[in-house]
Design a protein around this ligand. Sequence first.
Ligand code: MN
Ligand code: MN
Length: 420
Amino acid sequence: MNQLSAQADALVLSRRTFFERAALTGAGIALLTGESYGQTRQEQQKGRQDGSSSDPGPENKSLLAENPNSNQPPFTDHGNPGAIWFSFDLAPKRIQAGGWTRQVTQRELPTSKDIAGVNMRLTAGSFRELHWHTANEWAIMLTGKARVSVMQPDGNMFIDDVGAGDLWYFPAGYPHSIQGLEGDGCEFLLVFDEGAFSEDDTFLLSEFLAHTPPDNIQRNMGWARQAFDQLPATELYIFEAPLPERLEDDKRFLGEHLENKSRYTFNLAGMAPTQLRSGGQVQVVDSSNFPASTQIAAAMVTLKPGAIREMHWHPNVSEWQYWIRGKGRMTVVTTGATARTMDFNANDVGYVPSMAGHSIENTGTEDLVFLEMFKSPRYADISLNEWIDRMPDKMAEAHLKLPLSTIRSAPQGDNDVLPR
Ligand code: MN
Ligand code: MN
């Protein structure tokens, strides 16, 4: 899959690579003047209007139709900041009786070292086998309902039912379960704070038992050899099972061992926006309002058609996005004047390197909804407009080379979403 995106990149960048080579072989001086492609802004714009951008060779037309900004990059794009896009719809899909799973990890999106994502479907009654893992797990239910449980080291178990829009957080090492409920089961997104995480590489109840000698099992549980032979010999992973009892019945079963103090689920739909503007809204969920989520922060963003997630960056960590609904384009600007603009659709994953400036525009006709995920206890951003707002007049004029009246006409403060 890396090769696939690398090939797409190579196709898309072939024209610019030509210019880059021309600049390098023609005159090293061009690099020193800051025009590393050896072209002025006027020449770059002209290249887009004459025949220079024609592409008479082979083209993957359906891919280019979905990615107009890769086909005809804005003239402001420059160089290659590395992969900022992948899609769950290109990831290998593991289908078993009871559901399926696919993942976008550092293997599919090599730039994403901090976060990996898993998309999973469970039919009614089906389980993701009881397990635990080295990464912390943050999740959002996309559709349907599930019952989730997690046991703490003190032996108390938290159990809850979650529906579309609800979140959960399971700390690394805590054993947990996910089961699809009545109706059509569920589909959800899991987010892990390890880029190299693999959902195929978790600690499983079945494997702990199957790979412990039977006499240890007998001493530990008192189960005879005959019982050992009846246990699953290989992983269950995803499998069909009868629907559970009512939630109240499972809670009653737990009795005094039911965890009531720590809440490992969160009702995002019921949360007031952290920032509400005419262009849309942002809901920030981190350890300040979802205390269980100690290592992962999230922002759910809604942009109306034409609205923009304002130019900003995150001073603490990289950003991993999951695009839920609508379409848009993101521009990422990193060091060395490197910039890339790409198109995104539902079920795509976006990536922004730590500290890199970025903005996102809704280019569709319906609301754009996407998640920003961070490997951090707390959400933090720096708004470019707010920074300009704080620059004393002479400092701002000296840098921007604009009349003060123009500079001060920008929206004031940190808006997250524009228009205000
Ligand atoms: Mn898990
Ligand atoms: Mn951001």
